[in-house]
Design a protein around this ligand. Structure first.
Ligand SMILES: [Cu+2]
Length: 331
């Protein structure tokens, strides 16, 4: 009942959110995970091995990778490289990243052995929830353990480091699945229906089948970069939008490009800038992921692109600890 009351409050907030400045939705601001990728062991072996670069930007506390989970995988085991494809051996709490340090799993001689629920091919996206403990000065676990949702692509070789970082990307599910043990009241259902008709980016999916992607886009290159478009298999085309208020009505306006200065972090959040997937052609469920390629231009006319996996979940709900995150922990 308590949780339901909070959901109702959230719906009201969502209605008014367009009048507020965009907020960043994430679980934990001090950890950046990038260059996450997975690769198949062999044609006749369903196991994927995965690596990622984890940057613990918290200058005060060590973090320990304690587990990985996802609705698209049956098991995930942190294991020594070399054992992953044949007989993964769990190495619990083996990866501690000191305050201010950054590392790949491979730097620890480790990899993640993932057994997915279905076959994956090169280019496919998947999503994972990555769980960390935070240690105090004495190396004791403190209460602020945290999770973050990441997307990763199945690739046949490690991704090149990119000057662009899309930190904590997310897109909402199109299918609203009530949490366990929670009955949707009539009022809530009507509220959800109303949201579907509002024509703004903050709803599940509007009547035209458009859907928004959010996150923090960071330009670490030595030149200005302009986001000029994108493409994805799950929608007819991709636009860059800004939600603006005109006469008290929230309207989405397509914009030709979004300029990112050197070292700039661009917030894309409900009620502000977002990447619009126009005419979505599939249902999206919490725990899925989509592959998205973004196109950028340099001032000299050169272009570059960034392909990433965007996890499907509601980061605003998750931030309020209201979403049951994909389980099947394999700590
Ligand atoms: Cu839009």
């Amino acid at each position: 009942m308590f949780r339901f009351a909070r959901l109702t409050i959230l719906l009201i907030l969502t209605f008014t959110a367009f009048a507020l400045p965009p907020t960043q939705a994430q679980f934990y601001p001090d950890t950046i995970i990038e260059q996450a990728w997975a690769t198949p062991c062999a044609d006749d072996n369903p196991t994927l091995t995965a690596d990622m670069f984890i940057d613990n930007a918290n200058m005060d506390a060590d973090t320990v990778l304690i587990g990985v989970a996802g609705v698209m995988i049956d098991s995930a085991v942190l294991t020594p490289i070399g054992t992953a494809c044949e007989s993964a051996q769990l190495v619990p709490s083996a990866m501690t990243i000191a305050a201010g340090e950054a590392a790949n799993l491979a730097d620890f001689g480790l990899t993640l052995a993932l057994i997915p629920t279905e076959d994956y091919e090169i280019g496919d996206p998947l999503s994972l929830r990555v769980n960390f403990d935070v240690l105090d000065d004495n190396g004791e676990e403190v209460s602020s353990s945290f999770s973050t949702m990441i997307g990763l692509l199945v690739l046949d070789e490690a991704p090149e480091p990119s000057p662009l970082l899309f930190h904590t990307p997310w897109t909402r599910p199109t299918v609203f699945e009530p949490m366990d043990g929670m009955d949707m009241s009539k009022a809530t259902e009507e509220a959800m229906d109303d949201m579907d008709h509002m024509g703004m980016d903050g709803m599940m999916m509007d009547m035209s089948g458009n859907h928004a992607v959010y996150g923090q886009l960071i330009n670490r290159d030595e030149a200005t970069l302009t986001l000029v478009g994108g493409s994805t298999d799950v929608a007819e085309f991709v636009e860059i939008h800004e939600t603006v208020i005109e006469d008290d009505v929230a309207m989405m306006t397509p914009i030709p490009g979004l300029e990112l200065a050197v070292d700039e972090t661009l917030e894309m959040a409900p009620g502000g800038f977002h990447i619009m997937l126009v005419n979505l052609n599939t249902e999206l469920r919490t725990g899925d992921a989509i592959a998205l390629t973004l196109f950028f231009e340099y001032p000299n006319g050169n272009s570059t692109e960034l392909t990433l996996a965007v996890p499907v979940y509601d980061a605003q709900l998750a931030e309020l600890e209201m979403l049951d995150m994909p389980m099947n922990d394999n700590d």
